[in-house]
Design a protein around this ligand. Structure first.
Ligand code: ADP
Length: 379
């Protein structure tokens, strides 16, 4: 069977091998074991501006490298080449005839005689200018994105600090009015209701401001927990009872298997984390579906499951869920409000306790968040 012809031969012309070598889209260089040029192609000469006579037998390949490149060539590339017989994709800069630096990638193979002694190094040289420019662009874009994030975080922290003072003053004034109204009994019931709604809204605002301040604390490494012995069962019972009191249209079902579960924790911060999970369970599911909370004691750990029968979380969102400001697509699509801070905070708080937080969820079926904390060693 005859070999199939290459395309140019089929088309009726033969490509000259010499031309193929000389005009290849990459540089070809053959050097003796000491680096002296033995052969170069025209592409390499065009790129670097050297004449053939300036290189062949007159210069060594490493003479065309920068200082650092020359050291790398001698201490890394040559030993690797004699060990493996080939090297690939090594980045260098070639100093051209006019002093310009040409970024390149080298692929070299070592040719040996039958006795195994190196006789020649054949090197293919690829112009990396475009790739380097592209890498520089990516780096610049990354720097710009990081700077934008810094500006955002800085602004958020400043805004939260600036909002705190007027909010405290506003709250003080509304509460004063409320006390006066109660004392003088001069306000109609309708205005008392308006006052109470104003207090609720200011409380919501200050909860948001506190969350933003907590985020800045985490970023500056200032979020700390004060660990003390506490009974997680008692804490969760209290949190659930208080939360239930504010829920009119659904049940929070608590299953607390162990009578008590001692851990070392910061009660205030843990309350913040668990309240957040409870709030999410009710925020992302519709009444009257119940929310269930179960406490289990495992080997050396106490775990709390908080489960809902709500919108669930898309699988693609799970890896990002605990990142700050992240919100899953289904929550956004259904226009359910939120800042994407709660789970980030919960994760940080649980981490500071040496615990873990995980989620199992199916879309339109519901989600279960599980927090595990190390049990306190027996006294
Ligand atoms: P927020 O609820 O304010 O957006 P979180 O950090 O508490 O912020 O939650 C981040 C995202 O995780 C939410 O926006 C939502 O997409 C998703 N999520 C959290 N808890 C639940 C839940 N119980 N059910 C469905 N999605 C949830």
């Amino acid at each position: 069977m005859t070999e199939p012809l290459n395309e140019p031969e089929q088309a009726g012309f033969e490509e000259s091998l010499e031309e193929l070598y000389e005009q290849a889209p990459c540089g070809y260089v053959s050097t003796r074991p000491d680096g002296t040029f033995a052969r170069v192609n025209q592409t390499f000469l065009t790129w670097t501006g050297y004449g053939r006579a300036e290189l062949l037998g007159a210069r060594r390949f490493q003479d065309l490298l920068t200082g650092g490149g020359r050291i790398f060539y001698e201490t890394h590339m040559l030993p690797l080449l004699s060990l493996q017989g080939r090297v690939q994709e090594l980045a260098f800069e070639i100093v051209c005839q006019d002093g310009r630096r040409l970024p390149v990638f080298l692929n070299s193979v070592q040719k040996r005689d039958p006795a195994g002694a190196a006789v020649l190094i054949r090197t293919t040289i690829v112009d990396a200018s475009e790739r380097r420019a592209y890498e520089r662009e990516i780096q610049a874009a990354r720097r710009a994105a990081e700077e934008a994030l810094q500006v955002r975080d800085h602004f958020m922290s400043r805004a939260a600090h600036e909002l705190r003072t007027p909010l405290t003053a506003l709250m003080g004034n509304i509460e004063l009015l409320q006390r006066r109204a109660a004392r003088d009994q001069a306000f109609p019931a309708r205005d008392l209701g308006t006052l109470q709604r104003a207090i609720d809204q200011v409380n919501r605002l200050s909860a948001i401001v506190h969350s933003l301040l907590d985020v800045s604390r985490i970023q500056s490494g200032q979020l700390v927990v004060e660990l003390a012995p506490l009974d997680l069962c008692a804490l969760i019972r209290r949190i659930v009872a208080e939360y239930q009191a504010a829920l009119v249209d659904r049940q929070v079902v608590l299953d607390c298997a162990p009578p008590s579960a001692l851990i070392r924790g910061d009660a205030l911060r843990l309350e913040q984390a668990f309240l957040n999970l409870l709030h999410n369970a009710s925020h992302y599911s519709a009444p009257p579906a119940p929310i269930s909370v179960a406490i289990r004691a495992l080997a050396g750990q106490v775990c709390v499951d908080i489960a809902d029968q709500g919108i669930g979380i898309p699988a693609s969102a799970i890896p990002h869920l605990f990142q700050r400001f992240y919100r899953a697509d289904n929550a956004l699509a259904q226009r359910i409000g939120g800042l994407g801070i709660g789970l980030y905070m919960a994760r940080q708080i649980i981490d500071l306790h040496g615990g873990s937080i995980a989620v199992a969820s199916s879309e339109r079926q519901g989600s279960t968040f599980t927090v595990c904390l190390p049990a306190a060693p027996p006294a």
